[in-house]
Ligand binder design. Structure first.
Ligand SMILES: Nc1ncnc2c1ncn2[C@@H]1O[C@H](COP(=O)(O)OP(=O)(O)O)[C@@H](O)[C@H]1O
Ligand SMILES: [Mg+2]
Length: 414
């Protein structure tokens, strides 16, 4: 910590169905993320992306923050975190403002974002992000960025990401119980996209597919902006439970053979036999063919990917992605996944690894960490909507805040 300025340090926590990952990093001006420490712990109390039991998950978050504080002798004041689940929705809306000055300023931009976020919502739904798509000035041609341009009446066409208010509150409580504040709560599909997609892909048109344990997030970009996103409540856990059900294995055994031997039908044969992990109440060791395992895995992956394609076609976004598909998340790690996606989506596909990171002497981070790296990349971005959202959220446990203030008096802050 001595060689880096405190201001540029960030802590982010990605709360996934499979794991909770905390990352502490120095985000350089050129966008490089120098990871100081990463802590990954198995999740408890999360189902299909949403909190079903707040105590275990709050404890995990608290342990991660404590570990950072102890090791680096700092006081963590705020973190960014992620949200996903079938409650995430996309909407379109316009915002209009007139300006009094000669040019459209950052302050005018905040005003127009707030206007574009005013939309009639369902009960229990909140706006999470207001994402600009294009601006129209005095009825002229659409422009990409209005800041610095002159005119009187500015319109913004925006894509909105909404989430269930109670899910946002639950995540907020989970973090603020540890006595820290929230900088941003970012839709996980977006944070993964930020970490693995290039600007060029976002311009040309690309679909990001993040296959997590309980949720598959899809985000489609075209012209540098998000045109569609969806969260499907299916993921790697469904594959594991299919193996467990068909073969009558425990979830633990099914998960372990999926990770060690899992692939797709074209990559396996019946002659390829492996021995199952020893199960305590079973005397003989048992074997299974890789082809049999592959056929169970492939059936579920095909279902998930057919669903993804169907959603994108339904939204008229299928023709938009000239740069193809980028696959990320732990579920992308099954050998042969790229080929299967190419066959089903009929588009080129690559695996999305977190970019611009510097971790343990050049070690490449796995796609499982795409979302947490994306949180860091957007950690310090000022976002007027997030500030508005935080005002409506609970501010945390009074006693833990006071405790943190006292214990943190003679320590470093960030
Ligand atoms: N090598 C692997 N092969 C197959 N599946 C994997 C592999 N590694 C992780 N997974 C699966 O990926 C899922 C976890 O993905 P991850 O992105 O970490 O999830 P989450 O964000 O939901 O916590 C689990 O279902 C896990 O079984
Ligand atoms: Mg995830």
């Amino acid at each position: 910590m001595t060689e880096t300025s405190m201001e540029s340090m960030g802590v982010c926590i990605d709360i996934g169905t499979h794991k909770v990952v905390g990352m502490m990093a120095n985000v350089r001006d050129n966008g490089t993320i120098e990871i100081k420490k990463m802590i990954s712990k198995p999740s408890r109390g999360i189902k299909r992306g949403v909190i079903t039991n707040i105590v275990p998950i709050s404890n995990i978050v608290n342990d991660i923050i404590d570990e950072f504080e102890r090791e680096f002798e700092v006081e963590v004041r705020s973190v960014s975190t992620s949200i996903t689940g079938a409650h995430i929705r996309g909407r379109s809306n316009n915002g209009v403002v007139t300006i009094s000055g000669e040019r459209f300023t950052d302050k005018d931009h905040d005003r127009i974002l707030l206007e574009a976020g005013k939309i009639k919502l369902d009960v229990g739904e909140s706006v999470l992000h207001v994402l600009p798509q294009k601006y129209v000035i005095d009825g002229g041609q659409p422009v990409e960025n209005a800041i610095g341009l002159s005119g009187v009446k500015f319109s913004l066409i925006a894509h909105l990401v909404t989430a269930a208010t109670n899910e946002i509150t639950n995540i907020t409580n989970c973090i603020t119980e540890s006595g820290v504040e929230i900088d941003n709560i970012i839709y996980e599909g977006i944070s993964s996209a930020i970490s693995v997609l290039s600007e060029d892909e976002m311009q040309r048109g690309v679909t990001l597919i993040d296959i997590g344990a309980g949720v598959t997030d899809i985000v489609v970009y075209k012209g540098g902006v998000i045109i569609y996103h969806a969260s499907i409540p299916l993921g790697g856990d469904d594959v594991t439970s299919d193996i467990a059900k068909v073969k009558r294995f425990s979830t633990q055994v099914a998960e372990s053979i999926k990770i060690d031997y899992g692939t797709f039908v074209g990559f396996s044969s019946y002659d390829d036999i492996f021995t199952l992990p020893v199960i305590t109440n079973q005397s003989e060791s048992r074997t299974m063919s890789k082809r049999e395992l592959s056929s169970i895995i492939e059936a579920r992956y095909r279902e998930i990917l057919d669903f993804v394609r169907g959603k994108i076609e339904e939204a008229d976004a299928y023709q938009m992605h000239d740069a193809g598909v980028v696959l990320t998340g732990g579920g992308s790690l099954v050998p042969g996944c790229v080929e299967l996606v190419q066959e089903i989506m009929e588009k080129p596909c690559r695996i999305g690894m977190p970019m611009n990171t510097n971790f343990e002497d050049g070690k490449q981070l796995s796609p499982e960490y795409a979302a947490v790296v994306g949180l860091l990349a957007s950690h310090k971005h000022d976002n007027i909507w997030q500030k508005e959202l935080q005002k409506t959220m609970p501010s945390g446990n009074f006693f833990s805040n006071i405790y943190k203030k006292i214990t943190g008096m003679c320590r470093n802050y960030f």
